[in-house]
Design a protein around this ligand. Structure first.
Ligand SMILES: NC(=O)c1ccc[n+]([C@@H]2O[C@H](COP(=O)([O-])OP(=O)(O)OC[C@H]3O[C@@H](n4cnc5c(N)ncnc54)[C@H](O)[C@@H]3O)[C@@H](O)[C@H]2O)c1
Length: 310
């Protein structure tokens, strides 16, 4: 790839996007309103890219990939010549409205403007902008250089051509785009993650299992399968004659259970109890090290998946 990409916001997600695009060969300009965030960025990028190299997940040296990422002093400098702008700043509607208004003024006329927002529909921050046809959500999963899914969630006024071009750019950058056919808060992934969290919190709060055992249900149970097939393929294979056969056998029970799965209130006392249990197995000062361990485990899994047939 030889497009220039602008990454706005050099926090956790902005840095990770910079790696995705630099790894694919793009020149990347990264900008942050806080200069210290930009200066801290180079070492963090170097560590992450070196981890990728150790797992054989980049074909070039870390130095070559890192050299494609250049800090920009201003938003205008970052946007100059960029074919796609990936925004990764604070998650509030007001901040997104402001940054998109500025970017729409400064970006090249043909540039696509995307947001990494986890929850906010495109129409909430693009409606009144002259360039609203070229704006859409491109929601990644942390970290996008390891987890390839990107949710493309256009507004009703985002042009088809913009969506097609964005789909093409993310695909060529090695990501796995999915398209939302209409807008919804939280898109697909966080809504599904929310449903799982809601039930895990309910089961914990009502005393059915410890937080450790509920985590095991996913990591030693459902999650193993989920790393290579989704819920529909799972039920297609879990009854001899496929989806309808599965529904005949178990559908009524799922329906009855669903009626008991009420919205959880994310009660402070419950969360404190879970946090206390977590701090017994992982001290607060070990969180960062454990995050790096998680990323390294993910890299091993990505390597394994790449060796398998689709
Ligand atoms: N953290 C996740 O797991 C995750 C996953 C997917 C999507 N996202 C989304 O990505 C976005 C960024 O999240 P994050 O976790 O990287 O946050 P973060 O706090 O790590 O980084 C945000 C960065 O944006 C900078 N910033 C704030 N206002 C700015 C402005 N006006 N111009 C330029 N820079 C500005 C901040 O200085 C900071 O460095 C959010 O919208 C979030 O919802 C996060």
């Amino acid at each position: 790839m030889n497009e220039k990409i602008a990454v706005i916001g050099a926090g956790l997600i902005g840095r990770a996007w910079a790696i995705v695009f630099a790894r694919a060969g793009c020149s990347v300009a990264i900008y942050d309103a806080v200069p210290e965030a930009l200066s801290a960025c180079t070492k963090l990028l170097h560590d992450n890219i070196s981890d990728l190299a150790r797992h054989g997940l980049i074909t070039e040296t870390p130095e070559v990939v890192l050299a494609r990422i250049k800090p920009a002093k201003t938003l205008a400098e970052a946007l100059k010549g960029a074919a796609l702008v990936q925004e990764n700043v604070k998650e509030t509607v007001e901040v997104k409205r402001q940054i998109f208004a500025e970017m729409d003024k400064l970006a090249e006329p043909g540039a696509i403007l995307t947001s990494s927002t986890s929850w906010i529909p495109t129409s909430e921050f693009s409606e009144h902008l002259p360039g609203r046809h070229r704006i859409l959500v491109a929601h990644p999963v942390n970290p996008p250089y390891l987890v390839p899914l990107v949710e493309l969630a256009p507004a009703p006024w985002t042009s088809e051509e913009t969506v097609k071009r964005a789909h093409d750019i993310y695909t060529r950058a090695g990501q796995s785009p999915v398209l939302l056919k209409k807008e919804i808060t939280g898109f697909l992934l966080n809504r599904i993650q929310g449903a799982v969290l809601n039930e895990a919190l309910n089961l914990y709060e009502n005393g059915y299992a410890s937080s450790e055992d509920l985590d095991k249900v996913l990591k030693d149970g459902l999650g193993l399968r989920w790393s290579f097939m989704g819920p529909f393929e799972t039920i297609d294979l879990n009854a001899p004659e496929g989806v309808i056969d599965y529904a005949k056998r178990y559908g009524h029970t799922y329906r009855d259970v669903a009626k008991t799965q009420l919205p959880n209130e994310w009660d402070a006392a419950t969360l404190k109890q879970i946090e206390d249990e977590r701090r017994k197995v992982l001290k607060a000062d070990q969180l960062e090290e454990r995050s790096r361990w998680r990323d390294n485990r993910l890299m091993g899994l990505v390597v394994h998946k790449r060796k398998q047939a689709v």
